[in-house]
Design a protein around this ligand. Structure first.
Ligand SMILES: Nc1ncnc2c1ncn2[C@@H]1O[C@H](COP(=O)(O)OP(=O)(O)OP(=O)(O)O)[C@@H](O)[C@H]1O
Length: 458
């Protein structure tokens, strides 16, 4: 087996332990990572959590047989190659399965060499599925966002729609809102899901380097070009190229990119030959491209090419309804990751988290939860745990400016007026303001309002 398979993973499924061991030994010795499942259900569990490049499965198994497993794979990860190990009597079944897609079969008792040869062929044929190790399985974690806010629900619908086509997509939003995540979802929900997803951080790559990273070069084209190098655009062939921080690329790069988008052909630096590349382009930025165009920093023609569809992800402070779900999601995730028992998030903590403005958006919330989980006591997450993790109780973010302070003053004033209006009854004041009882309770505490004395005065 060639080197390209050294980082590839094969899931072997058989109810016969001996077969699993034999396959494990043989395939591991070819440099493959082997996962073993003694039945269809176990196999599906592994497929949900691991990156698998190919499945080798028995056909006849109790509980869930190979054909049932195949239909689940076609439903959840279409295009994932499957090789069936089948006794002669079951060959017609296997032939039927072959017609279902990326499927082949090897007759039992199998010849180890024939099997590894077939695996090599299929991995090569479906190489795009895992090129450069940049594609992850379409797991629930990456595909199914727990969102509640109307803005994000609407965005989810758009993501599903655009995923089916190959149009260029421009994703806008502040840093940390989830632009890369959305780009990955578009890739994983579309027909290119088993092809490469190549991320290029245009912002962090110096201009000179970016050109050779993207387009590749031929040996001798500049001092350090000691051998031919394939660029990232070529690597993304048949898959998706995600250009992060597109707002930061130089004028020269904008021209080269525009030319590529128009011709769909690249020429390596120093090379003469044009190579056609078929990749979907998703670009993202947190910059105001409209402003950059006005200032002459970004080409309008490139902007129009990139934004066939534009998706805007709102900052977290404008979709606070998503915070509780995200908190639950990250709490579960980090408890698992740090091998901790499940942690309870108290109501007070949730209110505290919802009140924060999260200038670093989802990324900041995610990091805060991880810090909190590590620092919390008795498996209960309290606001103090976030103070210890370095997050201050500050609704305007770590460095409030004047407008934030005046906003706070006006919020306190509004709550006081609502309480005056309702004779100090918190429940009614919350209704007047259109906020939850939990929220008003939190705000009263936050601003040190003495609701009791307002009640007493009425
Ligand atoms: N809806 C979500 N559910 C779970 N995790 C999320 C969600 N949105 C964002 N994240 C997580 O938040 C972090 C930041 O997301 P991502 O890197 O996609 O943001 P970004 O907008 O591309 O940031 P930047 O502009 O800095 O590149 C990632 O770890 C991502 O997995």
């Amino acid at each position: 087996m060639n080197n390209s398979s050294s980082s590839q993973s094969v899931l072997v499924v058989d109810d016969d332990r001996n077969v699993l061991e034999v396959l494990d030994a043989r395939l591991s010795s070819c440099g493959l990572t082997v996962y073993k499942a003694d039945g269809g259900r176990k196999a599906l569990q592994i497929l949900k959590t691991r990156r698998i490049d190919l499945v080798v499965s028995d056909v006849k198994m109790p509980e869930m047989d190979g054909m049932e497993l195949l239909s689940e794979i076609i439903r959840t990860q279409p295009g994932l190659p499957v090789i069936f190990l089948t006794a002669y009597a079951n060959v017609p079944d296997a032939v039927k399965a072959v017609k279902s897609g990326a499927v082949d079969y090897v007759e039992k008792p199998f010849d180890g060499k024939a099997l590894t040869e077939k695996i090599r062929q299929m991995l090569q044929e479906f190489q795009g599925a895992t090129a450069a190790g940049q594609t992850e399985p379409a797991t629930e974690e990456t595909i199914k966002d727990a969102v509640k806010s109307p803005a994000m629900k609407n965005l989810q619908g758009l993501v599903r729609k655009v995923a089916q086509s190959s149009v260029n997509v421009l994703i806008l939003g502040e840093s940390g809102v989830g632009k890369e995540r959305v780009a990955k979802q578009i890739h994983q929900l579309g027909p290119r899901r088993h092809k490469p997803f190549v991320v290029v951080d245009c912002g962090a790559t110096p201009a000179g380097l970016l050109e050779s990273e993207l387009f590749g070069h031929v040996k001798g084209s500049f001092t350090h070009a000691v051998s031919d190098k394939k660029g990232l655009i070529e690597t993304a062939d048949t898959g998706t190229l995600f250009l992060d921080e597109i707002g930061n690329i130089s004028h020269e790069m904008q021209i080269r990119l525009l030319r590529f988008i128009e011709d769909r052909t690249i020429r390596r630096i120093g090379g003469l030959k044009g190579t056609p590349v078929d990749c979907r382009i998703i670009a993202a930025t947190n910059a105001d491209l409209g402003e950059a165009i006005k200032n002459g920093q970004f080409r309008e023609d490139l902007f129009f090419r990139l934004r066939v569809v534009t998706l805007t992800i709102p900052p977290l402070r404008e979709r606070k309804a998503d915070i509780p779900l995200l908190v639950e999601h990250f709490t579960r995730q980090f408890c698992q990751q740090h091998n901790q028992e499940s942690v309870t998030v108290t109501e007070e903590t949730m209110d505290w988290l919802c009140a924060h403005t999260w200038p670093g958006n989802v990324r900041e919330l995610k990091n805060a939860i991880e810090g909190g989980i590590v620092l919390c006591k008795d498996n209960v997450l309290r606001p103090d745990d976030f103070h210890m993790a370095g997050i201050e109780k500050d609704e305007c973010g770590p460095q409030p400016d004047e407008s934030c302070l005046s906003l706070e003053a006006s919020e306190k004033n509004t709550i006081l007026r609502a309480l005056e209006q309702t004779g100090g009854v918190q429940k009614e004041a919350a209704e007047v303001l259109g906020i939850s009882r939990r929220a008003i309770h939190y705000k009263i505490k936050k601003y040190g309002i003495d609701a009791g004395s307002i009640k007493a005065r009425h």
